[in-house]
Write a protein that binds this ligand. Structure first.
Ligand SMILES: [Cu+2]
Length: 326
């Protein structure tokens, strides 16, 4: 079976890959039809991605007012033509979205407009036609002090918000449960040390096996199930190369480093499916090791734990894992 990961019937794949993975990891197979987006990728390759990124960044800047509007419309996964961040599902992500939308974006917009205004002023007021004999001065004490101190003041203002947020992400509150996420080439496996050592292996669902409602390149055969409103400590590590465990709607991105145990946390405040992808360029199938977290009620979680504990005696399907890892 050939896994054709980038079918481009809709030409919208570019957007999927702006969400953390990028074109660099795509493996093109001659027998696969890549359609419009495939051709786009082949012709422009890396630079195409960067151009698209720049274009989107420009759009984002110009459409500051759009940000809050569009972020309200997106769900717990990347959307076609999405601008802005995914809708928040945790307290940390809510703060991150606030910081992005109401602190960083206004500052960036004001600075950009100010510099644009200065450039236009210089070009119009001081061009050779209007100003044939330029002045010869090289220093201006007041301006030099200002262009040193004002940027410092801007950074201080940003830090007043960003440092507490950084500590909020870093300091793990008293956790209700722990999950261990282990990255391997190329899938994630999970352990629940507080729940009878449940262990699951989450492999990406190939496109021809997707069920109704399962998103391409994001759905996994086993979901990480957690109860709503529980503080979950996530320990992240890897068995081979560096991966990164990421759920955009949770505001989490933690490197999975072999031989290290990194920690992060989340508290999902609403039920639903939340998707993420490995976010560290880890190798040829980097784009195909998605993360799917299912947030359910406490009762449903308890039920899930019971079924998993019963099923846990069965050994994982190592043959399938080996085939996919090839
Ligand atoms: Cu990876």
């Amino acid at each position: 079976m050939t896994l054709c990961p980038l079918p481009s019937k809709t030409g919208k794949d570019v957007i999927w890959h702006l969400q953390g993975c990028g074109w660099a990891s795509l493996q093109r197979k001659p027998e696969c039809d890549y359609g419009i987006a495939g051709k786009f990728g082949q012709q422009s390759g890396e630079s195409g991605n960067h151009m698209t990124n720049k274009f989107l960044a420009g759009l984002g800047l110009a459409g500051l007012a759009l940000v809050s509007f569009t972020s309200a419309a997106v769900a717990s996964q990347a959307e076609d033509w999405q601008l802005g961040l995914q809708e928040s599902a945790t307290p940390v992500m809510t703060d991150l979205v606030f910081m992005h939308d109401w602190i960083l974006m206004p500052i960036i917009t004001i600075i950009t407009l100010f510099v644009l205004g200065l450039l236009l002023w210089v070009m119009i007021q001081y061009n050779a036609g209007r100003n044939p004999t330029p002045s010869k001065f090289t220093h201006n004490f007041a301006i030099e002090v200002a262009w040193t101190l004002i940027p410092v003041a801007i950074l201080v203002v940003i830090s007043l918000y960003s440092f507490p947020l950084l500590y909020k992400q870093d300091r793990i509150p008293e956790a209700d449960m722990t999950i261990k996420a282990i990255g391997s080439s190329w899938y994630w496996s999970y352990e629940y040390p507080d729940h009878d050592d449940i262990s699951i292996t989450a492999l990406m669902v190939p496109e021809d096996e997707l069920k109704e409602g399962q998103p391409r390149l994001l759905a996994t055969d086993e979901n990480v199930v957690v109860p709503v409103n529980a503080t979950v400590r996530v320990q992240v590590t890897s068995t081979d190369v560096i991966h990164a465990w990421t759920i955009p709607a949770f505001g989490i991105k933690m490197d999975a480093v072999p031989g290290r145990l990194n920690e992060t946390w989340f508290k999902a405040e609403r039920e639903g499916m939340f998707y993420g992808q490995c976010s560290e360029l880890c190798g040829k199938d980097h784009a195909y090791m998605p993360i799917a977290v299912e947030v359910v009620s406490q009762e449903k979680f308890d039920e899930w734990v019971k079924t998993q504990t019963a099923a846990n005696d069965t050994a994982p399907n190592t043959t399938e894992i080996a085939q996919r890892a090839d």
